[in-house]
Design a binder for this molecule. Sequence first.
Ligand code: NAP
Length: 352
Amino acid sequence: MNTSKKISVGILGATGSVGQKFIQLIDNHPFFETVEVMASDRSAGKTYKDVVNWFLPTPIPNSVADLIIDRCIPNNKVRFVFSGLDSGVAGEIETEYAKAGYTVVSNAKNHRFDEDVPLLIPEVNSDHLDLVTSQQYNGGMIITNPNCSTIGLTLSLKPLEDAFGIDEVNVVTMQAVSGAGFPGVSSLSIIDNIVPYISGEEEKIESEPLKILGTLENNSVKLKNFKMSAQCNRVSVIDGHLESVQVRLKEKTTKEKIIEAWRNFKGEPQSLNLPTAPEKPIYYFDEPDYPQPRLHRTIENGMAVSVGRLKECPIFDYKFVVLSHNTMRGAAGGALLCAELLIKKGLFPQNG
Ligand code: NAP
């Protein structure tokens, strides 16, 4: 792998909430530089800084501010794109880019269950990346990042599945407003309120962990078959999804052994020293009232998940709480980590 020369990338959906986060994270990234920004016909042809409703606390990088926004049509300016496209249009556009020979790393739901597309959390299932070798995209490929609540939940489940086996999981989420994009949920809907419904979210959380924790056999993923149940709520928090989890395990164990499994957990991003990888993917807190979104969402730059409140459960075996940053680990940061893994494993041909 040669990362001395940065890879020029484009951002599909560059004006959106996830697109902005990509631009912020890629500024000064050792592997990538943003040279193209794409969005809808409403924004195309205009200067990025004039169109974007930039709401991140750091300024728009100078190298991007004056770029003219392109339409989402492959034009060969780059060969690698990150996608923060609205899922209403992402499926078709991402397919077009892959068919045109591009590598597409996507946050949208559309391709997550394509048989040959990895649904990747690099610490959990880095081996699934090999699926890209069977994709028939004329040199291009698609890799997907899971749903934002799925990522925190599955990172917390992986050490339990490895050490004790999982039988059943029940989860209730309390999800931040930034998960709905910008402008998202109206203030009159969410202030002094909780909305006990997020369209399509429960179905994603009940299905995606089974693919991510599945095993790679003959170049396809054999899904895990434990039962999952999810209920999702939108709460008045800006960033950070908190999830209350109950789990039934195959093998009986102790609280101490579960905490040890979480605290010792590491994956390939840590051994490869990937730039966006947290040193420790999971932080366990002993304090009875931790983790909390405002206090813990930015641990390790928002790439680590926080776990706490582990207790025996009278119905399941154990219950606990997990917190993860939805636009960092749950979206742009997680996708960037997938892309770093792809590059480090030499799966993106850089001399073409
Ligand atoms: P968003 O703020 O609404 O941004 C959507 C982007 O898509 C904008 O750049 C928009 O461009 C572009 N777009 C919309 N319609 C288009 C069209 N017809 N053609 C081309 N581009 C079009 O959404 P977001 O929150 O960033 O989410 C982006 C994706 O990531 C979604 O699929 C979402 O489910 C997923 N995701 C979001 C989060 C999160 O925490 N927010 C987490 C994980 C995954 P214009 O500005 O020109 O309209």
